[in-house]
Design a binder for this molecule. Structure first.
Ligand code: GCB
Length: 616
């Protein structure tokens, strides 16, 4: 197990905010060059497990915002720096009079003029706070797409890159008793050396898209922990607790009151305490019995209470074994697109609606595409009993030959695994989606797979691969398969190639003796558009694809899972067929307004009756 707690600051760019007059009305942002010479390097944000269950003060709500397409705020406002109240220098912005945006939320769906906006937006809000002695205060950001910078009371506290993972900035030295203010800049400009890169088939929703809060912890605190059931038939819970600032020899306790079980361990060098304990009467977590236990973790002054399920996941030959028994994954892919309102999904209700539809369809599994989803989604999957494939946005042709890009992907993996490692629902870490087959790419993703295994040896590593055709045989022999525990394959027979009936004669040749998940398949339909099954975009055509696919799946002996593309229509700037797509990828089994299409029922029937896939 390798624990990554902090990263070097990627750019080490240091900006600063200057004087604030009066509070919440005017903030001047000083010049990059002058700030660089005077400010020390900032500590990188840290990963905190279970940040969402910590004692917190929410900073959600309306934030004043300034749209800054030329990223002017980073450099030119210094000219207007005000040194004394009443100083009559030129100031060309005023947060107090600026329009607001809701946090959490993408900016694109909150204001018509921002639907396609890509660039910087500045956020500002006031808050009052009473720090307690001997505590650390962290600014917790659920996600900010894509790059973000934060200042508290004009003091730069951190910056972060990566749009879909949570991070925490130490603001202890910046927050004071009474009135405070915070400024953030978020920039969702697409760049070639980002992860993901310039082109994706989903909307580049910008902003503070997930919850923002202040969390308070003791000086020595539990930043990460991993508690899971050891593989095998017994009931041994193992893992570790890491105490940030913890002294060697101090006690750490893990308690599961419902099982009358308690473990005590000592903090070793580096703050890590190894945990092992036998429990009796444990009910294992599974889709049928998604039992979650209250787990109390304490170290010194710090205590937290999580809800954790215990299960094992492994492979044996071409089987996936959940709790030691073969399981077939009947599922569907989901984008973090909010049902009914569009935009970034980020509430419990969004999660319950999306996952509720998956359950209604008879699913026991969901592929959360193509980036880590909100913690609320994972908590809901734990509660509702859905197995999860979780993924980082190594999507299509990113810059595989750029070491900086590898570092960015690794950072996202650190944050994804670091924050979500105690969710029983997650069984698969996916390294990538549909990447071009060449040596540089293979090495890049092998490095990620190796990294993921070091961080978490208890789950399965996968990726969605491309297949190629030899006559009417689909061949899956991508060398990346060697590095995976479970092979994912995307195919669109009946949509991007052949007719739906083409699936009836399609054969498969898979170079690996490992479990296979058909990680994507499907086609588009506009909800409510009816016609003959030969007419594209009708519900009938889409349903026909699914009927033929099911037959084909049952002829692939090593198939162990399915994730149809996709549960719900989602916004994509690449889908502009007027009157049909209108900016949405229409492969949803359900429309963005919640209308179920005919294909939903085709798949539901097969899933509920278990007429597709190997019966467990
Ligand atoms: C794919 C991609 C997915 C796209 C989908 C499509 O293969 O993995 O991101 O949205 O196809 O609809 O074409």
């Amino acid at each position: 197990m390798k624990l990554r707690l902090a990263r070097p600051c990627i750019d080490c760019i240091v900006y600063s905010l200057a004087v604030f007059i009066p509070l919440a009305t005017l903030i001047c942002i000083s010049n990059l060059a002058s700030a660089q010479s005077t400010q020390p390097t900032l500590p990188a944000p840290i990963v905190i497990t279970g940040a969402d269950i910590r004692q917190a003060m929410s900073l959600n709500g309306e934030w004043a915002t300034i749209v800054d397409p030329y990223s002017n705020g980073f450099s030119s406002y210094f000219r207007n720096q005000i040194t004394e109240p009443g100083d009559n220098k030129l100031v060309e912005y005023n947060f107090a009079k600026s329009p607001t945006l809701k946090v959490p939320g993408d900016w694109n769906t909150q204001r018509d003029s921002l639907l396609y906006y890509e660039g910087t937006i500045w956020y500002q809000r006031d808050f009052s706070y009473q720090p307690k002695e001997h505590t650390h205060i962290f600014l917790h950001i659920g996600a900010a797409n894509y790059k973000s910078w934060f200042w508290v009371n004009a003091k730069k506290v951190c910056e972060h890159e990566g749009g879909y993972t949570s991070f925490n900035c130490d603001v202890t030295d910046a927050v004071h008793a009474g009135a405070n203010f915070m400024v953030a800049a978020v920039d969702n400009t697409r760049r070639e050396d980002n992860v993901p890169t310039l082109k994706t088939d989903w909307w580049n929703y910008g902003g503070l898209t997930r919850n923002v809060s202040l969390i308070e912890v003791p000086e020595a605190f539990i930043d990460q922990y991993d508690l899971h059931l050891k593989r095998g038939e017994g009931s041994e819970i193992e893992g570790w607790v890491h105490v940030n600032g913890g002294k060697s020899g101090e006690d750490v306790q893990v308690e599961i009151p419902d099982l009358h079980a308690k473990a005590t361990a000592k903090v070793g060098d580096g703050g890590l305490a190894a945990i092992h304990f036998e429990v009796s009467g444990l009910e294992r977590w599974s889709p049928e019995t998604p039992k979650l236990y209250k787990v109390k973790v304490s170290a010194g002054e710090d205590t937290l209470e999580d809800l954790i399920g215990f299960r094992t996941i492994e492979t044996r030959g071409t089987e996936i074994l959940l709790n030691g028994k073969p399981v077939f994954l009947r599922g569907v892919c989901i984008h973090a697109e909010a049902p009914y309102r569009t935009g970034r999904a980020n509430t419990d209700k969004d999660a319950e609606t999306l996952l509720g539809w998956a359950k209604e369809m008879g699913a026991n599994y969901v592929r959360l595409a193509h980036y880590p989803h909100d913690e609320t989604m994972l908590r809901a999957a734990d509660r509702m009993g859905l197995l999860v494939w979780s993924e980082i946005p190594v999507y299509w042709a990113i810059q595989f030959d750029n070491p900086k890009v590898l570092a960015k992907a690794q950072q996202q993996l650190d944050e994804e695994i670091g924050t979500s490692r105690n969710h029983a629902s997650i069984i698969l870490w996916s390294m990538a989606n549909e990447t071009p087959n060449n040596e540089t790419r293979t090495q890049f993703i092998e490095t990620l797979a190796q990294h993921a295994r070091e961080l978490d040896g208890t789950r399965l590593i996968t990726a969605a691969l491309l297949v190629h055709n030899e006559g009417n045989t689909k061949v899956l022999d991508d060398p990346l398969g060697k590095a995976l525990d479970v092979i994912g394959a995307n195919e669109y027979v009946g949509w991007y190639e052949q007719t739906p009936a083409g699936a009836d004669t399609t054969q498969w040749r898979i170079a690996y003796d490992k479990p296979l998940i058909m990680s994507e398949f499907g086609g588009g339909a506009k909800a409510g558009l009816h016609g003959p099954a030969t007419q594209r975009w009708t519900e009938e055509y889409q349903a026909d694809i699914y009927r033929h696919q099911i037959g084909m799946f049952n002829r692939i002996p090593q198939l162990r899972g399915l994730s149809a593309w996709i549960l719900m229509d989602f916004r994509s700037p690449t889908r502009n067929l007027a009157d049909i797509q209108d900016g949405f990828n229409r492969k949803g089994l359900i429309s963005d307004q919640g209308q179920k299409k005919a294909a939903f029922y085709v798949l539901q029937k097969a899933y509920l009756a278990k007429t597709v896939g190997k019966a467990e």
